[in-house]
Design a protein around this ligand. Sequence first.
Ligand code: NI
Ligand code: MN
Length: 260
Amino acid sequence: MGLLLPFYCCYLYLTSQYFPIIMWHKEVVIMLKLIFHGHACFSITDGTYNLIIDPFLKGNPLADVQAQEVNPTHILLTHGHADHLGDALEIAARTAALIIAPNELALYLGHKGVKTVAMHIGGSRRFPFGRIKLTPAWHSSAIIQGQEIIYTGAPCGYLIEIQDETIYHAGDTGLFGDMQLIGARSQLDLALLPIGDNYVMGPEDALIAAEMLGAKVTIPMHYDTFPLIEQDPYLFVDNLSKKGLKGQVLKPGQEYVIKD
Ligand code: NI
Ligand code: MN
């Protein structure tokens, strides 16, 4: 026993000192993935943090999950319209997820008793998972209850930096020339662009947006949820490839591995 003690101590030392470091390295390179939930709702998960953007699940005919099935750590909201704010309050109340939203929307939701972070266009902020910056979106933002319209400030898009990857969620927006600036200042790995037309960019404008942004991969969103916004996302992706750009159609529930 006396002879084995040094070996035993050495074993304890190695497991306590080095094993956590090996585990920690493993944590850092864990898979980063995006999941589409229909409309403008996406989850981004790095194995530790789960972000959900615009969690419109209840009443979303394309949604692959229910509001009570998602467990985000952070909820990002682009604006107050029901097809974006969605089930954010209910999810935040259940999970204690932190809501990140443009100022007035964050204040409105904060008064409902959930944790919020108020930001504004052009502003960036570091979170445990990475960095977020709010981008402009040409749209409006309001919570509509019956005949009452509560305006909730400016709508936005999001630049999300997570694990050295940059993802741009345009929010609801029309085409605007400063997408060129967003593309020039950020090496975008992914651009999530609306193509539904009527309320947001149609496919022709989204194609110009994709060219200006120059993301490695462009994923269409905000289409087919209602008859009014029916589009052919495969035609959009074909047209992207004619411009030398890569596109990817995601079906609701489909995972896209950003980094493995
Ligand atoms: Ni909207
Ligand atoms: Mn919308």
